[in-house]
Design a protein around this ligand. Structure first.
Ligand code: SF4
Length: 64
């Protein structure tokens, strides 16, 4: 599976980063950096929690 960000929705608050810093990082300019896209089994629960916790509903899981 992969994680994707809708940049039109993301407000750069960084809740995703606090839950899963291996995947999400908010830059100094407030723009979210998707550190990686492919989600391995070891990170699945963590990334799913980040997706659920995004207040802007900007994150989605894409099954591949
Ligand atoms: S929690 Fe959602 S709105 Fe906040 S930085 Fe992450 S993707 Fe963007």
């Amino acid at each position: 599976m992969k994680v994707a960000v809708n940049r039109g929705r993301c407000t750069g608050i960084g809740i995703c980063e606090s839950i899963s810093p291996a995947y999400f990082e908010v830059g100094d300019d407030g723009v979210l950096i998707l550190v990686r896209e492919t989600v391995g089994d070891a990170y699945r629960a963590e990334v799913e929690e980040a997706v659920r916790s995004c207040p802007a509903a900007a994150l989605t899981i894409v099954d591949d």
